[in-house]
Structures are given as structure tokens and as C-alpha cells.
Design a protein around this ligand. Structure first.
Ligand SMILES: NC(=O)c1ccc[n+]([C@@H]2O[C@H](COP(=O)([O-])OP(=O)(O)OC[C@H]3O[C@@H](n4cnc5c(N)ncnc54)[C@H](O)[C@@H]3O)[C@@H](O)[C@H]2O)c1
Length: 271
């Protein structure tokens, strides 16, 4: 994808980039020349599914390639924690030009998936936890970083939704509802910011082979094969990262308020 404009001189904050999709997105933006702010809820979060020992180890991988990188930690559902992240980032890079809101997931109050996890039986504690780490967290981060983009009349934001937010689902219903709300928040933000030259889009991945994904479900071996011709398969993290890289590039400079499903067409033909 060498035809994409270089992001040299730009600073990108990717939330939840200590592991999983966020890490691959950060790598992709770094390959295009951006300075990178790696973020996770804690220093040790990358260790959970054995992707790295800690956030520092992830940062070293970037530094080895000569990329300017900063690490920040904090729960995005906590306004104070996000304000502290903002101060630290401003001290090193002065501003954020590219914001990827990737942190989130179907993570209940006790850390794993809620159980039960349907629309009626899920506990209110789990509902609150999901609201904080998906919708409120995304809004907190946008409120902290986008006003500076609005002032400088430049900025690009990509929110990470999910096909679970595009389809009716029973298992993971609240997660799906919150990803749908992130999608609509994207449209509203895009409307508010278009006069200021700040673009906001959403990438909605289908089931994608991250370490967490593989560790927290029984995977279908036939869906694991990314080399087969059929698009009935799980996504590769790099396929999601490529969509993010396109949306932040100048090649997408007239694309605003859109949802790009990266799912092999699953959302059109759910089985
Ligand atoms: N992998 C998939 O199949 C898939 C499909 C659709 C959408 N998504 C979305 O993509 C994103 C990344 O998913 P993943 O598969 O890489 O999972 P993951 O659990 O590996 O990554 C999520 C990251 O977000 C961080 N995070 C979660 N809650 C947070 C909070 N409150 N504050 C700060 N950080 C927090 C986690 O620590 C982790 O680093 C998530 O938003 C997820 O909902 C994933």
C-alpha cells in the first residue's frame, strides 16, 4: 500500500494498542511514518494473551525500527485517567493528529465475558462495565483530544465498531448495542466536525483472529484458513489495520461519517 500518503510528522494515538488489533493498527501507521502513542489499560495488559510481557516491551519493538513512540496507561472510562494521558502526550508530541479509538470489547465487570451475556439476563454491573469501556470510554477520549484537532483545523479519527453492532445478536447483545452506539456517535461527531476539517469514520470488523479472540471462544478450524478463496473465514488483524490506514490517509480525504465493515461480506449475508 505504498500509494497511501505518508504520515510523516503526524502523531497517532491508538487506544488499546498494547495488544490485539490496536497493536497491529499502530504498527501499520508507524510503517507509514507516524509517531505513535501506545496505550493500554495497564502496563501488564499485553501479557494477558501472551502477546508481550508489558507495554514497554511493545514500545521497544517500535523503537528498534526508529519510530518515535510514547506509552501511556489508563482506563478510558475514567475522565481523570484520560486527562493525565493527554498531559503526558502533549508534553512529548504537543498534539495528536490521528486518533484511533480501538480500546474496548465484550469485557464484563470481573474482567472476562459477561455470563449470562444476553439482553435480559446480563447483570447491571456488567452492563455498566461495558458502557464504560466501549461508549463512555470512546467519548472521554474524543472529548480530551478532538478539541485541539478542531482548533488546528486538521485531524482524523477512526472509531472501531463491530459487525455485532450492525446485526441483531443474542449472545453479546449489550456489547453489540454499544458498538452500534459508537457507530452512531461517529456519524454525529463527523457532522459536528466537518466544518472544522476533522474527519471521523468507523471501521466495523467481523470476527478477527487476535490472541484474545482465539483464547476466548471455540474457533471453527475451517474459518481459520486465510489462504482459501472463500470469504467465509475469520479476518486477519492486518486486514482491519489496512482499512484504518486507508481511512486516515489523504486518499480518503472526502470520506467522512462512514462505517466500513471489514468482514468478508458477513454483514450482508449472516449465516
Ligand atoms: N477481534 C475481533 O474479532 C473483533 C471484532 C469486532 C470488533 N473488535 C473490536 O476491536 C477492538 C480490539 O479487539 P481485540 O480483538 O484486539 O481485543 P483485545 O482485548 O486484545 O484488545 C482490546 C484492547 O483494549 C484495551 N481495553 C479494554 N477496555 C479498556 C478500558 N476500559 N480502558 C483502556 N483500555 C481498555 C485492552 O486492554 C486491550 O488492549 C475492540 O474494541 C473490539 O471490540 C474486535
Amino acid at each position: 500500500m505504498t500509494e497511501l500518503s505518508s504520515l510523516k510528522g503526524k502523531t497517532a494515538l491508538v487506544t488499546g494498542s498494547g495488544r490485539g488489533l490496536g497493536k497491529v493498527m499502530a504498527e501499520r501507521l508507524a510503517d507509514l511514518g507516524a509517531n505513535i502513542v501506545l496505550h493500554d489499560i495497564s502496563w501488564k495488559a499485553p501479557e494477558k494473551y501472551k502477546e508481550a510481557k508489558n507495554l514497554g516491551e511493545v514500545a521497544k519493538e517500535f523503537e528498534k525500527k526508529g519510530i518515535k513512540v510514547l506509552t501511556v496507561t489508563g482506563n478510558i472510562g475514567d475522565v481523570q485517567a484520560v486527562a493525565e494521558m493527554c498531559t503526558k502526550i502533549e508534553e512529548k508530541f504537543s498534539k495528536v493528529d490521528i486518533l484511533i479509538n480501538c480500546a474496548g470489547g465484550d469485557i464484563g465487570a470481573c474482567g472476562g465475558k459477561p455470563s449470562p451475556n444476553n439482553a435480559l439476563d446480563i447483570s447491571i454491573e456488567d452492563v455498566q462495565a461495558l458502557i464504560n469501556s466501549n461508549l463512555v470510554g470512546t467519548i472521554n477520549v474524543c472529548k480530551a483530544f478532538i478539541p485541539a484537532m478542531r482548533d488546528q483545523k486538521y485531524g482524523v479519527v477512526v472509531n472501531i465498531g463491530s459487525v455485532a453492532g450492525q446485526l441483531g445478536v443474542s449472545e453479546g447483545a449489550i456489547y453489540g448495542i454499544l458498538k452500534a452506539s459508537v457507530t452512531h456517535y461517529t456519524r454525529c461527531l463527523a457532522t459536528e466536525l466537518k466544518q472544522h476539517g476533522v474527519r471521523v469514520n468507523c471501521v466495523a470488523p467481523g470476527p478477527t483472529k487476535t490472541a484474545r479472540f482465539e483464547a476466548t471462544r471455540v474457533v471453527d478450524p475451517e474459518m481459520m484458513d486465510s489462504q482459501k478463496a472463500s470469504l467465509d473465514r475469520y479476518g486477519e488483524p492486518g486486514e482491519i489495520a489496512n482499512a484504518v490506514a486507508f481511512l486516515v490517509s489523504d486518499q480518503a480525504k472526502f470520506i467522512n461519517g462512514q462505517v466500513l465493515c471489514v468482514d468478508g461480506g458477513l454483514v450482508n449475508f449472516p449465516s
